[in-house]
Design a protein around this ligand. Structure first.
Ligand code: SF4
Ligand code: SF4
Length: 116
């Protein structure tokens, strides 16, 4: 059970927050005089995402792509900001209090190595 670097989770980032909510949180953060890491990592998350679509029947209904996803020379998926990536990326596929897939699967992505 490990990451196969397919990139599916980076090309289809799933969040509870809509683009409007992310933008509002980001604008709020810009007005702060200091970064409060306990508040949010919105300063990383908002600029890196492009909205794709929403499916309101899902627990995490808003789907985005991440601009930091790329490939290495062997064609394997690579995070270009790996050392400073948001906590949600470091923690994946574990989410606080949310079950994304069925009980047999950790990850909602079909090809994900965490489902093996
Ligand atoms: S920051 Fe890195 S790990 Fe997180 S979604 Fe983007 S490419 Fe993937
Ligand atoms: S979907 Fe799973 S295997 Fe693919 S990059 Fe994400 S964590 Fe790794």
């Amino acid at each position: 059970m490990e990451c196969k670097r397919c990139g599916n989770c980076c090309n289809d980032v799933r969040l509870a927050e809509s683009p409007e909510v992310l933008q509002k949180a980001y604008k709020y953060w810009l007005q702060l005089s200091m970064i409060n890491p306990n508040f949010s990592e919105i300063y990383l998350i908002y600029p890196m995402l492009t909205f794709k679509y929403q499916n309101l029947s899902e627990d995490l209904p808003y789907h985005y792509t991440c601009k930091h996803f790329t490939f290495d020379s062997n064609g394997l998926g690579l995070c270009s900001i790996y050392d400073i990536r948001p906590r949600m990326c470091k923690d994946f596929p574990y989410y606080d209090g949310i079950t994304l897939a069925d009980e047999e699967k950790l990850s909602p992505y079909e090809e994900c190595g965490y489902n093996e």
